[in-house]
Design a protein around this ligand. Structure first.
Ligand code: TRP
Length: 357
């Protein structure tokens, strides 16, 4: 029996990891390694549900893999891998799909948002292509988690509905076929809300454009420039409140580990003695110190890993060992055959009589 407290989480393969990704998820993943067995996944199969370029997907997944290592995920202790290297998960996704209700899937908020259902009618009504992959997204997510029989999933609040669905699927499998899957608990941790420095009313996101986010491996000059030009006062902040821009800078400063400084500067703000240049300078220094370390580590990894794809395959192999064991049992429990070994299949292949070209 694996420990029910195995930790599992996934991250989308975007070529750039932002400080928002780091403070919002990855830093927590790094810390969890000290407490539990952890498995972390770069979800390239999930990324296929949004428009993407086939020629860029592998590179984005590679970048995210390296970024995770640079951010402190330790491959000696933790299984960190790319989703598509483990076909068992896709296979489990099918089994779980047969235990998932279409109604539940179509009620998922993320599906409704992305498919345009919220705007009334399926986005397809106006000719847009809505893939069934978008509908299946949470089933694949459940397969990710359950393939590793994980008991604990650190995610943001936006994933709570998907996790609830995963628990329901696990429950249905267990009651229909016998116990196999622990019901994964969601581990919500306190995550600072990091906003765009150019528009502090919006969440920091790559999709807003380069002015709006700070990359975890970004050059020092560029980070300083973005903090220097960060929006501070918007003019319409009610008395007794901190403007969104200042709030964001204080959040960033605290997130870098300078909570005391941030608390002091918040007091200064209300006392009317806070100089914004000081806050910006302090925040930029803190960010540069933190990210500089990450950037050095990233450069070191790229220098050391002469065979990155080999490394990715080795990690996939480790993940497959765990997922394969689960799948072997699941196949048996649901009444399927084991997969035929490919080599043997070739040896016993029926004579090819009817092939003509
Ligand atoms: N859907 C998650 C997100 O967008 C990513 C994800 C995929 C995930 N599979 C997962 C998270 C399994 C936790 C567990 O953030």
């Amino acid at each position: 029996m694996p420990s029910p407290s195995r930790v599992y989480s996934g991250i989308q393969p975007t070529a750039v990891m932002t400080i928002g990704n780091y403070f919002g998820a990855v830093r927590n993943w790094v810390q969890l390694q000290d407490e539990r067995e952890c498995v972390y996944c770069v979800v390239d199969l999930h990324a296929m549900t949004a428009p993407y370029e086939a020629t860029e997907l592998r590179q984005a997944a590679r970048e995210m893999f390296v970024s995770l290592l640079a951010a402190g995920i330790d491959p000696d202790r933790t299984t960190v891998y790319i989703q598509s290297t483990v076909p068992e998960q896709t296979e489990l996704c099918w089994m779980l799909a047969t235990l998932t209700s279409l109604g539940d899937l179509s009620r998922m908020t993320q599906f409704k948002e992305k498919s345009g259902l919220l705007k009334g009618g399926l986005g397809e009504d106006d000719g847009t292509f809505i893939s069934a992959g978008l509908l299946f997204y949470p089933v694949l997510q459940a397969a990710d988690i359950l393939a590793y029989r994980a008991g604990c999933v650190p995610v943001g609040q936006d994933q709570s509905q998907h996790l609830e669905l995963s628990r329901g699927i696990a429950r249905r499998f267990n009651s229909r076929f016998g116990y196999l899957f622990p019901e994964p608990e969601t581990l919500f941790t306190h995550v600072p809300k990091v906003m765009s420095t150019a528009d502090p009313t919006r969440k920091m996101s790559k999709s807003l454009g380069p002015r709006h986010y700070i990359g975890l491996f970004e050059e020092e000059d560029s980070i300083r420039r973005k903090i220097r030009s960060a929006v501070t006062d918007s003019g319409d902040t009610p008395p007794g409140e901190v403007s969104p821009g200042i709030e964001n800078l204080l959040t960033l400063l605290a997130a870098c580990g300078h909570d005391d400084d941030a608390a002091q500067m918040r007091e200064d703000y209300f006392a009317g003695t806070l100089r914004y240049v000081d806050l910006k300078g302090r925040t930029a220094d803190a960010l540069v110190a933190l990210t500089g370390e990450m950037r050095d580590r990233r450069a070191e990894i790229l220098r050391r890993e002469t065979d990155l794809d080999g490394r990715i395959m080795a990690m996939g192999e480790r993940a497959r060992t765990i997922a394969g064991e689960t799948l072997g049992r699941a196949r048996e429990m649901v009444g399927l055959f084991p997969p035929a070994p490919a080599s043997q299949a070739a040896r016993h292949a029926a004579p090819r009589t009817s092939f003509s070209v």
